[in-house]
Ligand binder design. Structure first.
Ligand SMILES: Nc1ncnc2c1ncn2[C@@H]1O[C@H](COP(=O)(O)OP(=O)(O)OP(=O)(O)O)[C@@H](O)[C@H]1O
Ligand SMILES: CC(=O)N[C@H]1[C@@H]2OC[C@@H](O2)[C@@H](O)[C@@H]1O[C@H](C)C(=O)O
Length: 382
């Protein structure tokens, strides 16, 4: 099919991830070659606008309307930057797969609010600015089919990581944590995938409020603290953590309102201990979900961690301690892939499937009533 850029701006709001890839073929036989990956920072003013848009108290219609277009320009710019860096002409680009910025995700009915999801980043702007076909808005068709609209990476993960002799567990630790179980020789309907709970989102919020840094680089702050057991227990008692699978969550549950709540309840905990405890909360929510829902049904040969959380050494150490030495935790780099690029590559793969008319949601992961072709296609406009 040719060359594509996959774009992902995730729940961490840490930048726009862009992967320039070459794709050959389609379906589970697709061959994928990563040419380059970049994270393009989001301007402070745009970042504040996103934060306002996702906060129910400050969000409004005019704001969302304008932000949709501003994000479109930011995504187009990310495509231009990665192409320029690689001396790759936009004319050579066959398509763009753009996830968009999740503004709100409502996987379950809640009072008057029906199942719905909103990702912004106007594809018309991206297509016009780059003169390239865009596939976007991947989550909504899965939801129209009765699914949660997430997680969507399991299909691309089966395609990239399926192994004849190893059962693999792919754990992404972005803003939210999500896992895909790929039994050896698995087919699409044998996949198990769900969001385990928080990833870095709570850790980041504590780092911003108390240490004036965007995240706990390498987990150094957490390493200086001690886990506060009662706070950890309080966090682990949130019903989502051990709710039955499949399940999906987001900033709506683990964002700044959650941090306000626990800070009000646990005023006595020191700032270092807060970071340590929230790091352990992420690790323990992952480990307990494995023990409850995965290990009883499937023996696992490898746990492969991706996402920004794979750079947090304290988090990885805690996860390894909780899982024990029989279950080796490694990173994407250890098996020759890129931890940071995985999701952006996934949206290039999903776009390729859409353009070939191939369904790419995984109903066992999203609870959709059937498999469906994902996304909206915006043609080359001129
Ligand atoms: N060197 C590092 N040390 C520790 N943590 C890091 C490091 N680099 C990145 N991170 C963490 O990773 C986060 C970004 O991860 P990532 O880009 O995978 O998330 P995302 O794609 O936005 O989220 P999601 O996958 O939930 O949509 C940062 O916010 C930070 O918490
Ligand atoms: C609604 C939404 O944006 N969900 C994201 C989020 O970030 C991680 C986790 O929660 C996952 O369910 C999903 O993203 C990945 C890319 C997915 O769909 O597989």
């Amino acid at each position: 099919m040719g060359f594509a850029v996959g774009l992902m701006s995730g729940t961490s709001l840490d930048g726009i991830d862009a992967a320039l890839v070459e794709l050959k073929g389609s379906g589970l036989e697709t061959e994928v070659r990563l040419i380059d990956f970049m994270t393009i920072s989001i301007e402070q003013s745009l970042l504040r606008e996103i934060e306002d848009a996702i906060t129910l108290k400050s969000s409004n219609a005019q704001h969302l309307c304008s932000l949709n277009f501003k994000l479109g320009y930011a995504f187009a710019n990310a495509v231009k930057q990665i192409c320029e860096k690689n001396q790759f002409s936009l004319k050579e680009l066959d398509f763009i797969g753009s996830h968009g910025q999740t503004i709100y995700h409502q996987p379950e009915l809640e009072g008057q609010f029906i199942q719905s999801t909103l990702q912004l980043g106007e594809p018309a702007v991206i297509a016009y600015e780059t003169s390239t076909k865009v596939v976007s808005n991947f989550r909504v068709m899965d939801m129209a089919a009765g699914g949660y609209g997430a997680p969507l990476v399991p299909y691309s993960e089966l395609l990239l990581y399926q192994n004849k002799s190893k059962s693999r567990l792919l754990q992404n630790i972005g803003g939210i944590g999500n896992v895909t179980v790929i039994p050896k020789n698995a087919t699409v309907d044998q996949l198990v995938a769900f969001d385990t709970g928080p990833g870095n989102m709570i850790i980041d919020e504590i780092c911003k409020r108390f240490f004036y840094v965007p995240y706990d680089a390498n987990g150094d702050l957490a390493a200086k603290g001690t886990v506060h057991e009662r706070l950890l227990e309080r966090c682990m008692s949130i019903p989502y953590i051990l709710a039955p699978i499949p399940k999906t969550t987001g900033r709506e549950l683990f964002g700044s309102q959650f941090v306000d709540q626990i800070l009000a309840e646990f005023k006595e905990v020191s700032t270092y201990d807060l970071v340590a405890t929230m790091t352990m909360f992420t690790a323990k929510s992952i480990a307990e979900n494995y023990k409850q829902f995965i290990f009883p049904k499937q023996s696992i040969d490898e746990v492969i961690v991706s996402g920004g959380g794979s750079h947090n050494k304290t988090l990885l150490r805690m996860l390894q301690d909780l899982l024990g030495n029989d279950c080796k935790v490694c990173t994407q780099e250890d098996i020759g892939y890129s931890s940071d690029a995985k999701e952006a590559i996934a949206f290039a793969i999903l776009a390729n499937e859409t353009l070939h008319g191939i369904p790419s949601n995984v109903p066992s992961a999203t609870k959709a009533g059937r498999s469906v072709i994902l996304g909206n296609i915006t043609p080359v406009p001129y």
